[in-house]
Design a protein around this ligand. Structure first.
Ligand SMILES: [Zn+2]
Length: 868
């Protein structure tokens, strides 16, 4: 699964499900956490689901049939996960049923006679549901384009039970079929191969049946049905399709274009053929995640689609590669329980980096790993091991602990590959997949295969990085002794060592450049503090620590200015230049500014140019700023966007002029959006007109109007209220769900100091029951911001909603905000004015100080000259 931009989905975390049934024979699990794999009383061999969605009423009717055999002993009773399912009938072949009970969380079936161990039995459940999770409708009644009507489902981690009865844990493999009945013009997509597709003469409904004839687990079952258009491609005999809602189809090819190349690369690199009958990718609207790797069929968030005019700023490559890698890692082999999630997500993340390396070059791969490492080592206080059972719900392993499951997992694999070499690593991974295919894996399975193949012990490695928390924090200092020709490197481990975090044993690679020659050395770090002496022919011109980005550690090393400048000039070392630029950002002298400007305009690697732009913004002052405005002419759109974003943070006439100039010529909507964001704060009529113009302009996904709404909100002028409200009333359907929701938030914010709040309150109240949940939640939140006590009665209604209804939490927070807003709001307004005027006088002072310094320097220079 890929996280994507889904801040909202955080509100939907799984709450404690009371589940205290003593008779939980099948899976006596604590459904709230599923920290351990549940018992399996039976082996499910086949699961058949037959469903009919009711698009108008957003309900589903179905029959679920399980074919199974008791594993160890005769089975008298069976428990299935079933969350708020309206079960009408339960039947069993052979023995028959004595009774069944629906607890709203589980279905418990008591057989007339116990089913003998090893004996095959069949159980059929007939039910209906109005699912709150698991199956989601996108219909005209909810505000979606009628031509795009569809449903999508999401199993991972434990949502499937909301739309069909099941064994809802990853430690049971079975084959399955999916039959779905829909209006005749619709398409039905599911796991495996399509075995029939016909229109029933009696019902007039299209009946489509799919079969997944290779075993997989419950959370990977998928159903997408509705109006879709398709692009198809073949990889050998394998069919690969990309489907979107009709209104999204125009841009489908952009997101599909690297799938074939990635498939070819993964088959080669992994060494195991793609394991499923087809590979389809389908974009669905308002998906809760970035993507989901159901077997043979990936669901993608339609937000991944982009128009060609955004150039290289947007790409689906990473998301596509991540989900495709999962078809092996997660789908062919599946983590046994959620504590082992890194075996799914770490592999998917790492193979995305490997594909970037294959397709875009080694620097791109190292840059990706470097960024992941920066974010991992930038956070402090992680005291939880990557494999942990401390989570309260499986979803926490994706969100709260997601940085470990994804980035740290990927880094652990990268270290293993760096230590083993690509060949041994490939052989280990191939063996791991072949030995455990269509089965569960735990970390020890991977470790033992690597040891078996390499003959090396990896106990310490896994103990440090996987079963204990954190990573080494190494402070490194360097000195050269000309007399002895010795380079001295002092290395200190600075991480807090305790029961959760070990003192690490790692190899730290170091590269010296002497007379243009690279000399690689490796320091074996085992102590809290140690000095290493290395003999070299002469003083090195460059000293690089971990030059190839192969060690997960926080590395603190600040070379001398001369070493840094040499590093920045090294054409063979893109990552070295990038790090040099980042270290130079802390220096403020003229040479640094000039070198950064040179890098921004000339470095061959775009990441160095990005970093140079950020560094110049950080340094600030007239010269650094002038370097930015001199560098807006960037052929690479990512860099152009960065430079405009950095200029947009400044409040001076030159910045305003540069932004206006950009907007006059720039075609790329992502860059235009940044420029529009930068127009706020300038007291300028033309700037305000540009924002207004953006609000009414047409752009893909209404991106420019979104930028205008954010700008109007930031300007915090009550006159903007009418503009935002008009846009919502007249052009509401042009906004994405997210854009519309943000605009509601802007209304609440802008009206908070108004005397007459009634019209805005009424407008927001009209949205609190909106069928798009994100819009409803945004309206509730905006009522909190608005601060009109008359909204209390409406908000109060939601506090009685179900425990796991996100509206309940949103309403409680809004009420709290309303009650806290007793202070006169004018205080804040005055404070803002003061800050703005302080900012202005501060920049005057800085400029005056600069002038004084110049005059002073000139005077001193004159004096010195006089003395000679
Ligand atoms: Zn994933």
């Amino acid at each position: 699964m890929s996280l994507g931009a889904t801040r909202f989905a955080k509100a939907e975390h799984v709450h404690g499900l009371q589940c205290g049934h003593a008779a939980s024979i099948w899976s006596s699990i604590d459904s709230a956490s599923q920290r351990y794999a549940p018992d399996r009383a039976v082996d499910i061999e086949q699961f058949d689901l037959d469903v009919t969605p009711d698009f108008k009423n957003r309900r589903v009717a179905g029959t679920a049939t399980f074919t199974f055999r008791p594993i160890l002993k005769p089975l008298g009773q069976l428990r299935l996960d079933a969350h708020d399912l309206e079960i009408s009938n339960v039947t069993a072949d052979g023995t028959g049923i004595a009774a069944w009970q629906n607890t709203d969380r589980a279905l418990i079936v008591t057989f007339a006679e116990p089913i003998a161990e090893g004996g095959q039995a069949k159980l059929t459940v007939t039910y209906e549901a109005e699912p709150k999770k698991g199956l989601y409708f996108r219909t005209p009644e909810m505000g979606y384009d009628p031509g795009d009507t569809h449903i999508w489902t999401q199993g991972e981690s434990i949502e499937a039970r909301h739309w069909f009865p099941c064994f809802d844990a990853p430690n049971e493999f079975f084959t399955s079929t999916m039959t779905c009945r829909v209006p005749e013009p619709m398409v039905v997509l599911s796991n495996g191969s399509k075995i029939s597709d016909s229109v029933n003469a009696d019902s007039g409904l299209r009946v489509v049946k799919w079969s997944q004839d290779k075993p997989h687990v419950n959370y990977l079952i998928t159903l997408v049905a509705g109006h879709f258009k398709r692009i198809e491609e073949k990889h050998g005999n394998l069919s690969m399709s990309f489907w979107t809602a009709p209104s999204d189809f125009a841009n489908a090819a952009n997101s599909f274009r690297y799938t074939k190349e990635c498939m070819e690369y993964f088959e080669e690199e992994i060494g195991v053929p793609y394991p499923w009958a087809k590979y389809d990718q389908i974009t669905v609207q308002d998906f809760h995640w970035g993507g989901m790797e159901n077997t043979s069929q990936t669901t993608l968030n339609a937000s991944t689609l982009f128009s060609s005019e955004t150039e290289n700023i947007r790409s689906s490559q990473g998301l596509m590669a991540h989900e495709l890698a999962h078809q092996w890692f997660g789908d062919l082999v599946t983590c046994k329980d959620w504590s082992q999630l890194w075996l799914n997500e770490g592999f998917a993340t790492y193979y995305t980096h490997l594909f970037a390396g294959h397709k875009d070059g080694i620097n791109e791969m190292r840059y990706g790993l470097y960024r992941d490492r920066k974010s991992l080592t930038g956070r402090g206080g992680d005291t939880t091991a990557m494999v942990n059972r401390k989570y309260n719900s499986p979803e926490e392993m994706f969100r709260k602990y997601g940085f470990m499951s994804y980035s740290k997992g990927s880094w652990v694999l990268h270290m293993l590959r760096s230590q083993l070499g690509p060949e041994l690593f490939r052989k280990s991974v191939k063996t791991y997949l072949e030995r455990h295919k269509h089965g569960n894996v735990v970390t020890e399975d991977l470790r033992s295969i690597i040891e078996e193949i390499s003959g090396q012990s990896f106990d310490r490695f896994f103990d440090q990085y996987v079963f204990h928390a954190h990573h080494p924090e190494l402070k490194i200092s360097y000195a050269w002794d000309e007399k002895t020709k010795l380079a001295k490197l002092s290395v200190k481990q600075e991480q807090k060592v305790d029961a959760n975090v070990l003192l690490f044993h790692v190899r730290l690679p170091v590269r010296f450049t002497v007379d243009g020659q690279a000399l690689d050395r490796s320091l074996h770090i085992t102590k809290t503090e140690e000095d290493f002496y290395l003999r070299l022919a002469k003083a090195p011109s460059i000293v690089r620590i971990d030059p190839d980005v192969t060690l997960l550690a926080k590395l603190s090393f600040t070379p001398t200015t001369a070493l840094l400048h040499a590093q920045l000039a090294d054409e063979s070392d893109a990552l070295g230049r990038l790090q040099a630029v980042e270290l130079m950002a802390k220096r403020k002298n003229k040479t640094t500014r000039e070198k950064l400007k040179h890098a921004l305009q000339n470095d061959p690697f775009y990441a160095v140019r990005l970093a140079a732009s950020k560094a110049l913004r950080g340094i600030g002052g007239d010269d650094a700023f002038a370097a930015l405005t001199d560098s807006t002419d960037q052929p690479n759109a990512k860099v152009r966007q960065q430079v405009i974003s950095d200029i947009a943070t400044q409040y001076n006439p030159e910045a305003l002029a540069a932004l206006k100039q950009s907007l006059a010529g720039e075609k790329n909507p992502s860059i235009r959006a940044r420029a529009i964001g930068g127009l706020t704060g300038h007291d300028d009529k033309a700037a305000r007109a540009l924002i207004d113009e953006a609000l009414g302009s047409a752009s893909f996904r209404h991106q420019l109007a979104d930028a205008a709404v954010s700008a109007l909100r930031k300007q915090d002028n009550p006159a903007n209220l009418a503009k935002v409200r008009n846009a919502l009333e007249n052009d509401g359907t042009k906004f994405t769900t997210r854009g519309y929701a943000n605009a509601l938030g802007a209304l609440g914010h802008l009206a908070r100091n108004q005397k007459k709040k009634t019209p805005i309150r009424k407008f927001l109240v009209a949205h609190v029951n909106h069928p798009k949940r994100r819009v409803a939640l945004a309206a509730i939140d905006a009522l909190g911001r608005l601060g009109d006590p008359k909204a209390l009665a409406v908000l109060d209604k939601f506090t009685g909603a179900a425990e796991d209804d996100p509206a309940r939490k949103a309403a409680a927070q809004a009420i709290e905000k309303l009650r806290a807003a007793r202070k006169p709001a004018d205080d804040y307004k005055n404070l803002r004015k003061e800050v703005t005027s302080l900012k202005q006088s501060n920049s005057h002072l800085v400029k005056e100080l600069g002038d004084l310094k110049k005059r002073f320097d000139a005077a001193i220079g004159k004096k010195k000259a006089e003395k000679k």
